[in-house]
Design a protein around this ligand. Structure first.
Ligand code: NAD
Ligand code: AHE
Ligand code: ZN
Ligand code: ZN
Length: 351
């Protein structure tokens, strides 16, 4: 059914980042109607991912200001532009910063979840159709962010950047599948492909690290070692499957040595979920000789580089990275939502 706002400019509240490192301010923002291939979404719930903080801090080479941040959210389609066939007003959706067009070289390769269709536009804060923003304040354009800009009551996204989900799903929970939780689970299931019995190290126990732990537990890992400089994280991490805790501040030795000593030569899989290049090195170097694989999930600041002795790779360790946990967004986010709903109903049946 057509909404009363279809085709109209909507004025709503949004949190605007005017400059790097300056507090966001809540503003009245004009949100233009969706053009060809675009979808306007009423955002009902949005979470905060460390990447929002990263771009806000000014360390993201793609960061543009003023902008509307936010990329981990859920909402309902308000209206759609010409040619949009896969969603309609009223559909429950999760915006996907990692698009999936199913037509580009990347999508067709079967080798990656990265999609090339709208990435050039989303990287410079505009929509692909006219290379302009749909957000403005009294005529002054405000940049989009990651093709999602969910810190707004209404946002406009490309149709390839929106996943239609089961309307029974609680949006305040499944919004986390828009980034952190999916990324952590996918890093384990898709990128590392952790096998039962593996020893896993997780560096950083924020949303992403906790989801890695949950994924590793579900894959049957025998030990899940959580490493964080904030010991307050350890209690919650236990409930996500972490079996042992290490706070680097409690040790004089390099953290990779501590983990190697704890594990008879190193872990089978490690995950860096912080965005710190020294920790990325430690995460690689705590892997077992011959087969240990380390996955970089954290996003490091502009100008930062990773390093290690090539001997680490010559002797069989593997260094990988992951974006959105390797999930194909439009296809697999609805699947993750179903998986979550089934798990919740199973718990209800059991209790
Ligand atoms: N690759 C992707 O697709 C993807 C997706 C989501 C997030 N990320 C990135 O993943 C990282 C984690 O995101 P998050 O939202 O979980 O962050 P978060 O801030 O919630 O968690 C980070 C954790 O790391 C810990 N930490 C910080 N420095 C540490 C150190 N030196 N040693 C050990 N622990 C340390 C912090 O105490 C915190 O618990 C960020 O860099 C984020 O940008 C990447
Ligand atoms: N603009 C950043 C890119 C940071 C980055 O790597 N982003 C991840 C998602 S983080 C989600 O919280 C990603 O998906 N990367 C692949 C892509 O952006 O195409 C920078 O340049 O540092
Ligand atoms: Zn994120
Ligand atoms: Zn594509």
């Amino acid at each position: 059914m057509a909404s009363s706002t279809q085709g109209q400019v909507i004025t709503c509240k949004a949190a605007v980042a005017w400059e790097a490192n300056k507090p966001l301010t809540i503003e009245d923002v004009q949100v233009a109607p969706p053009q060809d291939g675009e979808v306007r979404v009423k955002i009902l719930f949005t979470a905060l991912c460390h990447t929002d903080h990263y771009t806000w801090s000014g360390k993201d080479p793609e960061g543009l200001f003023p902008c509307i941040l936010g990329h981990e959210a859920a909402g309902i389609v308000e209206s759609v532009g010409e040619g949009v066939t896969e969603v309609q007003p009223g559909d429950h959706v999760i915006p996907c910063y990692q698009a999936e067009c199913r037509e580009c070289k990347f999508c067709k390769s079967g080798k990656t979840n990265l999609c090339g269709k709208v990435r050039a536009a989303t990287g410079v804060g505009v929509m692909m159709n006219d290379r302009k923003s749909r957000f403005s304040i009294n005529g002054k354009p405000i940049y989009h962010f990651m093709g999602t800009s969910t810190f707004s009551q209404y946002t406009v996204v490309h149709d390839v950047s929106v996943a239609k989900i089961n309307p029974r799903a609680p949006l305040e929970k499944v919004c986390l599948l828009g980034c952190g939780v999916s990324t952590g689970l996918g890093a384990v299931w898709n990128t590392a492909k952790v096998e039962a019995g593996s020893i896993v190290a997780v560096f950083g126990l924020g949303t992403v690290g906790l989801a890695v732990a949950e994924g590793a537990k579900s894959a049957g890992a025998s030990r899940i070692i959580g490493i964080d400089i904030d010991s307050k994280k350890f209690d919650v991490a236990k409930s996500f499957g972490v079996t042992e805790f290490v706070n680097p501040k409690d040790h004089d030795k390099p953290i990779q040595q501590v983990i190697v000593d704890l594990t008879d030569g190193g872990v089978d899989y490690s995950f860096e979920c912080i965005g710190n290049v020294s920790v990325m090195r430690a995460a690689l170097e705590c892997c077992h000789k011959g087969w240990g694989t380390s996955v970089i999930v954290g996003v490091a600041a502009s100008g930062q580089e990773i390093s290690t002795r090539p001997f680490q790779l010559v002797t069989g360790r593997v260094w990988k990275g992951t974006a959105f946990g390797g999930f194909k967004s439009r296809t697999q986010v609805p699947w993750l939502v179903e998986k979550y709903l089934n798990k919740v109903s199973q718990h209800h049946t059991l209790s």
